[in-house]
Write a protein that binds this ligand. Structure first.
Ligand code: ZN
Length: 304
């Protein structure tokens, strides 16, 4: 069975919430989205109609999907209170949307990451509602995930034992990426790379070895730049929390890392996972055992 873990929904309840509160800075007229931190786009039925979502999955040969809110619904640019209010509505909507198709759809919690205590609270509430993990952005409206303010969230995420999907969002501006849609095709994997590398250098995985992340868009540039990125170790006094050069985690191996991650998800969804062409999954660890595995010759992606 093909299971898609990079699959987005915009629950009707969440869209209604945005329509009713101009404080979010979004205009939704009919099926047209404008405003927020995203270019205008059309909200097609599979975003909010579960029957249309299932029909779309059938057309694409997708057996099951783990759905999450897309970047326009990652509202880290509003107050923590407003963000928490929106996430509660979005999570209720995803639970309802998926509830009618328990064998086809599962969901990831949307969290007010701009306010970590509220994010932890929201995550625990969503876990009680049946989410199978969380989906967050690579940048929290400019704040980086390795910053100390997110420590309590990572502790809670590791304790929850569910993967955290990290999606490029609030990309840092880069003038060279302005034309040709490069902000998407280069900027997105670059954001993923910056996020993961900073987490490694800051020692987040060393403090939470059970933490599992899912890196979209091919894992950024980490897969084939791991050796180069490890060169940062010892080059900066800030990069001191890595236990030894051999612990540069770089996500274990492609396929063994994938297998461990998918085992976790599969237990939740009771399905067999298979890697889609768009998404590779990694488990990040900072143990020398993992590092030794990563030395094995492997090929990118999983075709099993
Ligand atoms: Zn996406």
């Amino acid at each position: 069975m093909l299971i898609d873990i990079h699959n987005h929904v915009m629950p009707a309840e969440a869209l209604g919430h945005l329509r009713g509160d101009p404080g979010y800075g979004v205009t939704i007229e009919g099926d047209q989205w404008a405003g927020g931190h995203h270019v205008p786009f059309t909200i097609t039925p599979p975003f909010h109609d579960p029957a249309a979502k299932i029909a779309e999955m059938d057309r694409n040969g997708i057996g099951s999907a783990v759905v999450s809110c897309p970047p326009p619904l990652l509202r880290y640019d509003v107050s923590g209170e407003r963000g928490a209010s929106f996430c509660a509505v979005a999570n209720d909507g995803m639970a309802k949307l998926c509830g009618g198709y328990p064998d086809r759809l599962r969901w990831l919690a949307n969290l007010p990451m701009q306010d970590p205590p509220r994010a932890v609270q929201a995550y625990r509430a969503a876990l009680r509602q049946g989410c199978v993990g969380a989906a967050i952005g690579t940048s929290i409206a400019g704040r980086r995930l390795d910053e100390p303010m997110f420590a309590e969230f990572w502790a809670a995420a590791a304790e929850a034992g569910r993967p955290v999907l990290v999606h490029p969002a609030f990309n840092q501006p880069h003038p060279g990426l302005d034309p040709y849609y490069l902000q998407n095709v280069i900027g997105n994997p670059l954001e993923t790379t910056v996020m993961a590398e900073r987490m490694i250098c800051a020692g987040v995985f060393g403090r939470h070895p059970a933490l599992r992340l899912v890196l979209l868009h091919g894992g950024g540039f980490l897969p084939y730049q791991a050796g180069r990125l490890a060169h940062a170790n010892g080059r900066s006094v800030r990069c001191i929390s890595i236990r030894s050069p051999t612990t540069w985690p770089h996500c274990g191996t492609w396929c063994s890392g994938w297998a461990r991650t998918t085992c976790c998800w599969a237990r939740t969804c009771r399905s067999t996972w298979r890697c889609g062409s768009r998404t590779w999954c990694w488990r990040m660890r900072s143990t020398s055992r993992s590092a030794s595995r990563s030395a094995r010759p492997t090929r990118p992606g999983c075709s099993a």
